[in-house]
Write a protein of this length. Structure first.
Length: 135
């Protein structure tokens, strides 16, 4: 069974959506998969995030933000938080790391692309560290 990584931010409409989508796009999905969630989910993924992810061939138009719960995170081997601070749950037995990334909501498309690239670099690093990239 593949390992589960949970990417979490406040609204689950930007950073965590990009991270989970990039992880699932780049990982060996026989070894691991990712989901994303937020402490206060928005109604939809930010439009500017949808645009920059479509540039990579990743479609987030029909993705609905999800509520982050301790139960959701309990099945993970890693919880990656991005800006939710104390609102993100601490789950016993689940390793946690924080990625300090800017919230892309309402930013110019160039800035959102830059955040996407920061997320991509961190995902690639995570895949290499955990040996989860395709052979």
């Amino acid at each position: 069974m593949p390992k589960l990584v949970v990417f979490a931010c406040v609204h689950n409409a930007g950073r965590s959506q990009m991270a989970a989508a990039l992880f699932n796009h780049l990982a060996n999905t026989d070894l691991a998969r990712a989901i994303s969630a937020g402490t206060a989910p928005a109604a939809r993924v930010h439009p500017e995030v949808v645009v920059v992810m479509q540039e990579l061939g990743i479609d987030l138009r029909h993705v609905t933000p999800t509520k982050l719960t301790a139960e959701l995170a309990a099945g993970a081997f890693l919880l990656v938080t991005m800006g939710c601070g104390e609102a993100c749950p601490t789950v016993p037995g689940v390793r946690r790391e924080d990625w300090p990334l800017a919230d892309p909501k309402g930013l110019a498309i160039e800035s959102v692309r830059a955040i996407r690239e920061q997320v991509r670099v961190r995902v690639l690093d995570l895949l290499a560290r955990e040996r989860l990239a395709p052979a």
